[in-house]
Ligand binder design. Structure first.
Ligand SMILES: C[S@@+](CC[C@H](N)C(=O)[O-])C[C@H]1O[C@@H](n2cnc3c(N)ncnc32)[C@H](O)[C@@H]1O
Length: 299
């Protein structure tokens, strides 16, 4: 079997391998994901997997596959599937989930209670293999007879990685993904599948999955009228310019007073000033600030 050659990423005294830099640019243009110089080895390893699959021997040939040969778009999608393998699990950030359930959702429902349409829309952006949106749906089901009685709740879950989305739809998980699952939820919302667990049909039916590239400006404009966006541990792969673009879309996608949640170590500091930071018990979130008619910001 042909194995991908191991090329030097960067010589000690010279610039990075030009084809790898070109591939980095292609990925950045397509998905906003930026590989700094210290991550080029990782990128090269991921390209190596694709080269092995395609039986190519040089990065030069692989760059051609990505840029000029027929099927270049399909190859770009295959490479993006290779480089966006995301770590996640059920109940990844319990404090955040608790704040969402006990503070944020009641506040949103209260604010919308006078509207004729009783609907709550939540978007898990960068959902990976589905643990995050299924966790959200289980929380909503726990509130179905109380807080959310007479409300229609929808969860949209999107990701760039086709393999992750296929896994999400199959909804079968091993012990690593389910390690934080409270016993009550394990019992109530999962079915045994050998030594794994499958999310039950009731939970699955409440989440709709689709492929969405957060850097696709035209598709991003379609995700509108959302009450809450969770985009956790996704923007860490983006540089400042790409983050700003995505966050501006989130601002436009949210309804007035809508909430944006980021990952534990992420913030909008230096990225965007249109959101107001709010401190919640054990967690933080960003609220969409309404613009004043003059274009300034409301206090
Ligand atoms: C670390 S996982 C986060 C999963 C989940 N949100 C969590 O916090 O547990 C990051 C996810 O971001 C996705 N991602 C990266 N770049 C993306 C892009 N441009 N558009 C959509 N999703 C992207 C990856 O495919 C990956 O599934």
């Amino acid at each position: 079997m042909t194995t991908a050659p191991s090329l030097p990423v960067q010589s000690l005294d010279g610039p990075a391998e030009p084809d790898l830099v070109r591939i980095r640019d292609v990925i950045y243009q397509a998905a906003g994901i930026f590989h700094p110089d210290n991550k080029l080895q990782l990128l090269q390893d991921r390209c190596g997997r694709r080269m092995k699959e395609l039986k190519l021997r040089s990065l030069r040939e692989y760059t051609d596959c990505l840029t000029i040969r027929a099927g270049q778009h399909a190859e770009l999608i295959a490479l993006l599937n290779e480089i966006t393998i995301g770590e996640t699990c059920f109940f990844r950030n319990p404090a955040q989930l608790d704040a969402l359930r006990r503070v944020v959702i009641p506040k949103i429902l209260q604010a919308k209670s006078k509207l004729p349409l009783r609907s709550l829309r939540i978007w898990s952006a960068g959902c990976s293999t589905g643990e995050e949106p299924y966790t959200l749906q289980m929380l909503l089901l726990e509130e179905a007879g109380a807080l959310l009685k007479d409300w229609a709740a929808e969860i949209f879950a999107t990701d760039l990685n086709q393999h992750s989305l296929a896994h999400a739809q199959e909804a079968v998980y091993g012990s690593h993904s389910t390690r934080n699952l409270p016993p009550l939820y394990r019992k109530k919302y999962f079915l045994p599948r050998g030594d794994q667990l499958q999310v039950n049909p009731l939970v699955r039916s409440g989440v709709s999955f689709s492929r969405l590239n957060l850097s696709d400006d035209s598709r991003m404009t379609l995700m509108n009228s959302v009450d809450v966006i969770l985009c956790c541990n996704v923007l860490i792969y983006f540089d400042l310019a790409s983050k700003r673009r995505v966050i501006q879309h989130f601002f436009n996608n949210l309804l007035p007073d809508g909430y944006l949640f980021l990952g534990h170590s992420e913030s909008l500091y230096g990225v965007n000033e249109d959101f107001r930071l709010v401190h919640l018990p054990g967690s933080t979130a960003y609220v969409k600030r309404e613009r004043t008619p003059a274009g300034g910001k409301a206090i």
